[in-house]
Design a protein around this ligand. Structure first.
Ligand code: CTP
Length: 400
C-alpha cells in the first residue's frame, strides 16, 4: 500500500530495540511516507541521530530546550505537521509518562501536545511489561484511544522469554497503514455530480450566465472520491480547478449538460448542484448582433431549458437509486425546497438561502438544510468543503 503524501512523526525511545526503528523508517520511506524523528536522550545510547537523519532525510529532534529547533519547528508544530505519531520502541518509561501526562523532555512533551492519533509499539523486559504499573498504564492508554502493536513473544536481549519484544517493522508498518488508510464506504459506487453555471449563447460572443462558482459542486465531487466513489462531474464553465481523481466532462449549455448526464448513466447516485439556466435564447444567431444606429434593441426570444434533475429523476430503470437536488432560494427557503423536491421527483433537496446578504453565492461558506421525505434537517453554517464531506458521508450511509 502506498503512504504517499502521508507523514509520520516517529518517537524513538531508549531501548535495545531502538535499532529496529531504522528498518521501520526504511519501510516507511519506501512506501512514500514522510518521516520526522524525535529521539529521547536514552535512545541516543542505541542509535545515532545521524543514522535517523540519513534515513528520514529530515532533521532529527531531541532537545526540548534547543532555541534553534524551537524557532525552526516548535514542539507543537512537530506533531501538527504529522498525520500520525508512532512511538517505536515505546519503553515502560515513556508509556508511563504518556499515561500520567508527564512532559519532561521533547518526546513526552510532543506526546502530550499532539492532537493526532498515536500508535505505540512497546518493547521491554517481560517483567516490566507484566508489572501491574505497566498493565495499568496500558489500560489507561487503550481507554484514551492510543493504538498498540505488539509486543511479540520471544527470547529477549536479557535472555528471558515472554512478551516484550518490539513488533517486527513490517507488522508496525501494517498497523500504520491500517491507521492511515481512510475508510472507503463508496468503493465500487458511481456518482454523477453537476456543478457550476451554464452559459446560454445570445450570439457567438455573448451569453446569459449566473453567479454560480462551482465551488460547492466541485467540493462534493472531491468528497465523494475521498470516500472511494467513482465520480463523473459534469461541469459548466468555472474557474475552480478540476478535482483530482474525478472524470470531468466540461460543458457550456444546459442541453449539453443534460446529454453528458444521460451518457454518464448508470450511476448509483446523482447530485445536481449546477445552477442551470432556466431559459436559453431561441433566436441565438451564428453572427454577432450589431447595433443599428437609431434602431430598437434586439429582442431575445427565450425558451425553457430541459430540467436536468427532473429528467434524470424520471429516467425509469436508469434512475440513480439516490437523486439529490439543490434549491437555491432567496425567500421562503424551506417551503420552496419542500415543494421543489416533490415537483422534481428527487429523494433529497439541499436547500439554501442565496440572498445577497448571506454571501453564500460565490463565497466559501454555506448554510443548508437537508429536506427529505422524513422532514427537514438544518445543518449549521460551515465551509463548503465541510458541507460536501457531510453530504458525501450521508450518501455513503444511504447507499449501503
Ligand atoms: N436544475 C436542473 N436543470 C434545470 C434547472 C434546475 O437540473 N434546468 C436543478 C438544479 O441543479 C438544482 C435544482 O434543479 O439541483 C433546483 O434548481 P433551482 O434553480 O433552485 O430551481 P428551478 O427549477 O430553477 O426553480 P426556480 O428557478 O423556480 O426556483
Amino acid at each position: 500500500m502506498s503512504l504517499s503524501g502521508r507523514r509520520v512523526l516517529l518517537i524513538v525511545a531508549g531501548g535495545i530495540a531502538a535499532y529496529k526503528s531504522l528498518e521501520l523508517v526504511r519501510l516507511l520511506r519506501k512506501s512514500g511516507c514522510g518521516v520526522t524523528a524525535v529521539m529521547t536522550e536514552a535512545a541516543g545510547q542505541f542509535v545515532t541521530p545521524l543514522s535517523l537523519q540519513s534515513l528520514t532525510e529530515n532533521k532529527v529532534y531531541s532537545d526540548l530546550f534547543s532555541l534553534t529547533d524551537e524557532s525552526e519547528m516548535g514542539h507543537i508544530q512537530l506533531s501538527r505537521a504529522a498525520d500520525l505519531v508512532v512511538v517505536a520502541p515505546a519503553t515502560a518509561n515513556i508509556l508511563a509518562k504518556l499515561a500520567h501526562g508527564l512532559a519532561d523532555d521533547l518526546a513526552s512533551t510532543v506526546l502530550l501536545a499532539t492532537d493526532k492519533p498515536v500508535l505505540v509499539a512497546p518493547a521491554m523486559n517481560v517483567r516490566m511489561w507484566q508489572h501491574p504499573a505497566t498493565v495499568q498504564n496500558m489500560a489507561t492508554l487503550a481507554a484514551r484511544g492510543v493504538a498498540v502493536v505488539g509486543p511479540d513473544d520471544g527470547v529477549m536481549a536479557c535472555h528471558e522469554f515472554g512478551p516484550g519484544r518490539l513488533a517486527e517493522p513490517p507488522a508496525i508498518l501494517a498497523a500504520i497503514e491500517a491507521m492511515l488508510s481512510p475508510p472507503r464506504p463508496l468503493a465500487g459506487r458511481h456518482v454523477l455530480v453537476t456543478s457550476g453555471p451554464t452559459h446560454e449563447p445570445i450570439d457567438p460572443v455573448r451569453y446569459i450566465a449566473n453567479r454560480s462558482s462551482g465551488k460547492q459542486g466541485h467540493a462534493i465531487a472531491a468528497a465523494l472520491v475521498a470516500l472511494g466513489a467513482r465520480v463523473t462531474l459534469v461541469s459548466g464553465p468555472v474557474t475552480v480547478p478540476d478535482p483530482a481523481g474525478v472524470t470531468v466532462v466540461h460543458v457550456e449549455t444546459a442541453a449539453e449538460m443534460l446529454a453528458a448526464c444521460e451518457s454518464a448513466l448508470p450511476a448509483d447516485a446523482g447530485v445536481f448542484a449546477a445552477a442551470v439556466a432556466d431559459w436559453r435564447v431561441d433566436n441565438a444567431g451564428g453572427q454577432k448582433l450589431k447595433k443599428t444606429p437609431g434602431g430598437p434593441p434586439p429582442a431575445l426570444a427565450l425558451v425553457p431549458n430541459p430540467d436536468i434533475l427532473a429528467s434524470i429523476a424520471a429516467a425509469g430503470p436508469r434512475r440513480p437509486r439516490l437523486v439529490v437536488g439543490f434549491a437555491a432560494e432567496t425567500h421562503d427557503v424551506l417551503r420552496h425546497a419542500t415543494e421543489k423536491r416533490l415537483r422534481k421527483g428527487c429523494d433529497w433537496i439541499i436547500a439554501n438561502d442565496v440572498s445577497p446578504a448571506t454571501g453564500i453565492m460565490g463565497g466559501s461558506e454555506n448554510e443548508v438544510a437537508l429536506v427529505s421525505a422524513s422532514g427537514v434537517e438544518p445543518w449549521p453554517r460551515m465551509g463548503k468543503d465541510d458541507v460536501a464531506r457531510r453530504l458525501a458521508a450521508r450518501i455513503a450511509e444511504a447507499l449501503v
